[in-house]
Design a protein around this ligand. Structure first.
Ligand code: GLN
Length: 487
């Protein structure tokens, strides 16, 4: 049995063609078969999943099914899950079992999902290749010598390999969209404040946002509908009704304006990506959309700005992992100082330490004005660029990532090279805007993603535009082939 979409699973469950228990078992089997090759999971929650599936079947039998009753999914291991290890892919939290559920986890449980497990990721969501995970890197299902992207590489790879029909993820600078792009699946980072951050382990609080990864925009719409909503436990959560995204996918592309930032397109996007992106844009045009040149004058400042703001916030957020309040504690500390420094020294990996050091530096007295305050000002300018752009167009378009999936080790020697991966994705986080990546072609059997950025709270328009494109194309239906065979 093989399912291509959450929509289809829902329909078959509702028609009682299959039970949640059968579906859950078959996905668990697939996970076990592929996990040795891909390492997409940190924890499997098999027993719990089978119980949830049974309960879901009962609800369906009683006519009480909700939006996603009986549909199996996986959560990124950054979301607190009650009674289940929540590691954030760090040695620091290797033995942390959360005493409560994140709001997103609760909302999705309410909608009826069955959780199969927790997906692998970059440590504390810092990275673009999944190589910083304490549990080892996730492999890209399209070519296991290559990275799946990061930090939500486990969620993206698991969906691409159909180990799960959908997964949750988070995006601080691109961590939903870049792995979705590299793995050939669809991913949406919602507007900042659309989905509660309560119980989602914080990296950079003013940028972090949770969202779905699934094969199609239609499936992302179903997942977002289940996870979004106001939460009094998150002071940045926005009190706005959640639209029925999955029922608003038929907004015509006719007359929609797609803005192409000249800062990205004037010299042509990379020679490698050019033909694929061109073809995707042509498809949108044929569907009636109009391409308009726009300008994001401060686009080139996005990466340096992000790499001041994000480390600053991470250095503050990660101070709670001290071996006392949370996290790994070293053996036989000599005194308090020794305990802090050895616990943190042993618990965190190199990339996390680098960010904490940079963050502490840019916030320290004497440097705060030169770096942090300056970065906040530029952040405002970047946001303003988008506000002006949305006076002219409906969406801002670009590739999602710099290239197709790269090889392990290719970018680890030079952190700045790795940081450049998020060139196209970071601006939406700095501005707090919703943005989506959809598969739009392939180069040498490796997927390419197209990014659409929308105006604030225009998730419905984004999902619909992507859905319309996916009605006309089949890139989102392609499955990874290894040596000419399906995984
Ligand atoms: N790759 C970026 C970073 O390393 C973004 C990560 C993310 O979105 N969580 O910070």
């Amino acid at each position: 049995m093989s399912y291509q979409s959450i929509r289809q699973i829902r329909d078959d469950l509702a028609a009682k063609k299959i039970s949640s228990l059968e579906i859950t078992r078959s996905y668990l089997e697939r996970i076990k078969a592929l996990e040795p090759k891909l390492n997409a999971f940190i924890s499997l929650t098999e027993e719990q999943a089978l119980q949830q599936a049974q309960a879901a079947d009962q609800l369906i039998a009683d006519g009480n099914a909700g939006l996603l009753t009986g549909v199996p999914i996986a959560h990124k291991d950054i979301f607190c899950t009650k009674g289940v290890r929540t590691s954030c892919a760090s040695h620091m939290l290797d033995s942390f079992v959360s005493p409560y559920d994140a709001t997103l986890v609760q909302n999705m449980a309410q909608a009826g999902v069955v959780m199969l497990g927790k997906t692998n990721m970059d440590e504390f969501a810092m990275g673009s290749s999944n190589e910083t995970s304490w549990y080892g890197p996730v492999k890209n299902p399209w070519d296991t010598d290559r990275v799946p992207g990061g930090s939500s590489g486990g969620s993206a790879a698991a969906v691409a390999a159909r180990m799960v029909p959908g997964a949750t993820a988070t995006d601080t600078g691109g961590s939903i969209r870049q792995p979705a792009s590299l793995c050939g699946v669809t991913g949406l980072k919602p507007t900042y404040g659309r989905v509660s951050r309560y119980g989602m382990i914080a990296f950079a609080s003013s940028l972090d946002q949770a969202g779905p990864i699934a094969p199609s925009a239609e499936d992302c719409a179903l997942l977002l509908e289940a996870m979004a909503g106001f939460d009094p436990l998150d002071s940045t959560s926005v009190d706005r009704p959640v639209p029925a995204y999955s029922q608003q996918l038929e907004q015509p592309l006719e007359g929609k304006k797609l803005g192409l930032p000249k800062e990205y397109f004037a010299g042509g996007v990379s020679a490698e990506l050019e033909p694929v992106i061109e073809a995707a844009l042509k498809e949108f045009e044929q569907a009636g959309a109009e391409l308009v040149e726009i300008s994001l004058p401060n686009a080139d400042l996005a990466i340096p700005t992000y790499y001041v703001v994000a480390p600053a916030e991470c250095s503050t957020n990660l101070s709670r992992f001290d071996g006392v309040r949370y996290g790994h504690r070293c053996d036989n500390p000599r005194d308090l100082e020794d305990m802090y420094s050895r616990s943190r020294g042993e618990g965190f990996g190199d990339e996390v330490k680098r960010r904490i050091l940079v963050g502490t530096f840019v916030l320290s007295s004497g440097f705060y004005d030169a770096y942090y305050r300056q970065a906040q000002k530029i952040r405002r300018l970047i946001k303003q660029d988008f506000v002006s752009a949305f006076e002219q167009v409906d969406f801002v378009v670009s590739p999602s990532a710099l290239s197709t999936a790269f090889r392990f080790g290719e970018k680890t020697a030079d952190p700045v090279e790795m940081y450049r991966e998020d060139l196209y994705t970071i601006p939406a986080n700095l501005a707090g805007l919703p943005a989506l990546s959809l598969p739009c072609g392939q180069i040498n059997n490796l997927p390419v993603g197209l990014q659409l950025v929308g105006n604030y709270f225009c998730e419905s328009q984004l999902l619909s535009a992507a859905h319309q494109y996916q009605q006309r194309t089949d890139w989102h239906l392609k499955l990874p082939q290894v040596n000419g065979e399906s995984l």
